[in-house]
Design a protein around this ligand. Structure first.
Ligand code: AKG
Ligand code: FE2
Length: 289
């Protein structure tokens, strides 16, 4: 498969503008009660079977379920949802050929859990970003998110400043929203799960997108190896990274990894995958010789 051209970064919408301006946006009631119930039902046995997290980042009274796309197949429908995907592409698209899936994780904050430490998810790539967004998160509410039960806390516009771990909690807002809603926020926005002061758990699903050339939080090729990803829609295969990123990144046997899914001869030639400006530059080098 020929590597795709850059996504049209000029395609913009209100969500993308709010993300750039405030660092986050809440999109209420995107999913029907039936869709939320289907997702919740698929996740429940996995929450029951998954031990609590260990660590001051992931929490101690928190459960995180990974490999969600196979454990809860209904979640697949969220990834390219019209309300979030165009905005993610608009904000990240300038920095890559294509936007990839960084992570899908279901997060259950249990009663009594402390507020998570203020952080930015882009901290996982520890270099200066020079104003280029690298990542966007979408927190999908599977339970109602309330200030009391640990709705994600966000520091509006903090993505414009340097990270301050000791930032004043009074400056944060809770992403309170009914189940079936989504909160999008920049990977450079300071945030964290809220304290759960209620008697019931709070469940959400983080769908995280990042630039197509980055190492992802969830190792997609181990989580969804070719024998699993084979049954996914092509758009999903590409989103999880079965796709080359120019120049020459992420090849399998010198080719676009989609050949694994029968789209081309897996024994084809090892071919360049370069953006046009580099193609022209290399050609000019030989023409001048
Ligand atoms: O569960 C939440 O509300 C946010 C979790 C979070 O920010 C994270 O794990 O990086
Ligand atoms: Fe986070």
């Amino acid at each position: 498969m020929t590597p795709a051209a850059k996504p049209e970064a000029s395609v913009d919408n209100d969500a993308a503008r709010a993300l750039r301006e405030d660092g986050y946006v809440v999109l209420p009631s995107l999913l029907s009660p039936r869709a939320v119930a289907a997702i919740a039902g698929e996740l429940e046995p996995h929450f029951a079977a998954t031990p609590r997290c260990v660590g001051d980042f992931h929490g101690w009274k928190t459960t995180r379920v990974n490999a969600v796309l196979t454990k809860a197949p209904s979640v697949r429908g969220l990834l390219l949802h019209d309300a979030v995907w165009p905005a993610a592409q608009a904000v990240l698209g300038q920095g890559c050929d294509y936007v990839q899936l960084n992570l899908v994780q279901a997060v259950r904050v249990h009663p009594g859990e402390r507020a998570q430490v203020p952080h930015r998810d882009e901290e996982m790539w520890p270099v200066a970003k020079n104003g280029q967004p690298w990542q966007i998160n979408v927190m999908w509410a599977i339970d109602d998110f309330t200030e009391e039960n640990g709705a994600t806390r966000l520091w509006p516009r903090s993505h414009r400043d340097a990270l301050d771990r000791a930032i004043d909690p009074a400056g944060s807002v809770a992403a309170a929203m009914p189940r079936g809603s989504a909160c999008m926020f920049m990977g450079s926005l300071t945030h964290g799960a809220g304290a759960n002061m209620s008697g019931a758990h709070r469940t959400g699903i983080i769908v995280s997108y990042c630039l197509g050339w980055l190492k992802t939080y969830e190792n997609q090729y181990l989580t969804y190896p070719p024998q699993v990803a084979r049954s996914f829609e092509p758009a999903l295969q590409q989103l999880i990274g079965y796709r080359m990123h120019r120049p020459n990144l992420g090849n399998w046997n010198g080719q676009d990894p989609s050949v694994l899914f029968g789209n081309a001869d897996p024994n084809g030639a090892h071919a360049d995958a370069l953006p046009p400006e580099i193609v022209a530059e290399l050609r000019a080098y030989y023409d001048a010789a």
